[in-house]
Design a protein around this ligand. Structure first.
Ligand SMILES: Cc1ncc(COP(=O)(O)O)c(C=O)c1O
Length: 443
């Protein structure tokens, strides 16, 4: 029988005779490569250890003198867990609420088959902030587009009158909705799809930000199309911001053909783009909206689908659900993640700090026109794209940025996304921009 002894906390956490605080960055990498799923390509030679402040992390790097297992350095978090930590690392308001509810309020863990008092709090807060009729809680981000997909199909059959099994969901080329079978069935990313087929049927792809292509598809198959399931700004694709008139025109087309507009705001939601939800930047209202990431304040995975009464109304007991979707701790975390977004004016902060960063990007583009091809962004969801040349490599830029004390990550070969916590200071934005400037200059 395997003998396993686990003791201690933090660096003193022991798994048998291995003390976590003794491992070098190389040893961490070796363990991950040997025992993990190898489904990520993390930045080399760095291990994040803890939080210093809401936008600063403590990282362990190899000791240049090779005496100690590692040295510790501060890095500014320019990625904030792919926009899951909009409220800042260890946001005090959320952490205090979690600790209080676990220790003082004796928060239970129960599933949805019995009512708990925090579900009402979650529903009141989530419908209040989204302005939607109904909300269904889930856990991981990917579950939000998954559920929107299911809801759209059932609504199509039961309300729109699509013949059985003929529903079509329209997805946009270049999208990212996560890694489930439904999400990769909507994807055109070959790496995400290779040898995972057969895929979910009933999906049509359309070019993003091409209103004529969408119109032609709706004209052709509109009576069977139930939804256009799409990101308001494509995040993983490298922060692709559509034309200003795209969303109002899409909303109009969806209305005309009785097709649901199902927006995946998992990355763009929760104040990231300078509005509480990105669709508000364009003056439209979707029929369904999926949120995740910062819906749990970076503390816990929480996602949800918010939407129209008659669409979410197609759910019946037993047709949907999950053990941890809306359980008490998830509900509490989400309520206080919403409160933090409101109380800290995060949308306004994203607008102000986003403008500061984009202004710096503009200057860099003017300074290095042969290196920086394009800058894109809304609020603090920003990216710069370099020209397609071997030395203008996003992964290399990320590694060089790390040496300058900034953590960021490429989205594609030549694009680097910068999306720090919305609580970031003006000084820290300048530090990020200074580091990028130095790295680009030396490329
Ligand atoms: C738009 C969008 N939808 C869904 C997801 C999936 O979220 P998760 O990785 O939490 O499942 C992501 C993740 O990056 C995303 O950006």
């Amino acid at each position: 029988m395997t003998q396993l002894a686990i003791s201690g906390y933090g660096d003193d956490l022991m798994i048998n005779d291995v003390r976590i605080g003794d491992l070098s960055p190389q040893e961490h990498e070796n363990i991950e490569k040997k025992m993990g799923g190898r489904n990520y390509h993390p930045l080399e030679n760095v291990v994040i250890s803890k939080v210093k402040d809401s936008s600063t992390l403590i990282a362990r790097r190899p000791d240049p003198e090779q005496v100690k297992a590692y040295i510790e350095e501060e890095v500014i978090d320019g990625l904030c867990c792919y926009s899951a930590v909009n409220q800042g690392q260890l946001n005090e308001l959320i952490v205090d609420a979690v600790v209080h509810h676990l220790t003082i309020e004796k928060l239970p863990t129960v599933p949805r088959s019995i009512r708990h008092k925090y579900m009402s709090a979650f529903l009141l807060a989530a419908t209040g902030i989204t302005g939607m009729d109904r909300v269904v809680p889930k856990v991981a981000g990917v579950e939000a587009p998954d559920l929107m997909f299911k809801l759209s199909r059932r609504w199509g059959y039961r309300v729109k009158g699509v013949p059985p099994n003929e529903a079509i969901v329209v997805a946009a080329k270049g999208n990212f909705h996560g890694r489930s079978m439904t999400a990769i069935s909507m994807s055109d990313d070959q790496i995400a799809r290779d040898d995972f087929g057969p895929f979910v049927p009933g999906i049509e792809m359309v070019t993003y930000n091409d209103i004529d292509a969408l119109k032609a598809l709706f004209e052709d198959k509109g009576n069977r199309i139930v939804a256009y399931l799409v990101e308001p700004i494509q995040g993983e694709a490298g922060v692709i911001v559509p034309d200003d008139d795209y969303w109002p025109r899409v909303a109009e087309l969806c209305k005309k053909y009785d097709i649901l507009l199902a927006l995946d705001e998992v990355q763009t939601g929760f104040a990231r783009t300078g509005a509480n939800f990105a669709h508000q930047l364009y003056g439209i209202k979707p029929d369904l909206m999926g949120c995740g990431k910062a819906a749990g304040g970076g503390i816990l995975p929480v996602s949800f689908v918010a939407g129209r009464d008659d669409v979410i109304g197609v759910l019946t007991p037993g047709s949907e659900g999950s053990t941890f979707g809306g359980y008490p701790l998830g509900a509490v975390v989400s309520v206080y993640s919403i409160k933090a977004m409101i109380d800290l004016n995060l949308a306004e902060k994203a607008r102000i700090r986003g403008k500061q960063l984009m202004d710096r990007f503009e200057n860099m583009k003017a300074e290095f026109p042969d290196k920086i091809k394009e800058i894109r962004g809304r609020g603090l969801l920003t990216a710069f794209e370099m020209h397609n040349q071997p030395q203008l490599n996003g992964h290399r830029v990320s590694l060089e940025l790390l040496k300058q004390g900034v953590y960021a990550k490429e989205t594609h070969h030549s694009t680097v996304r910068i999306a720090p916590a919305l609580t970031i200071s003006a000084d820290q934005i300048d530090q990020i921009a200074d580091a990028i400037n130095k790295v680009i200059r030396e490329l």
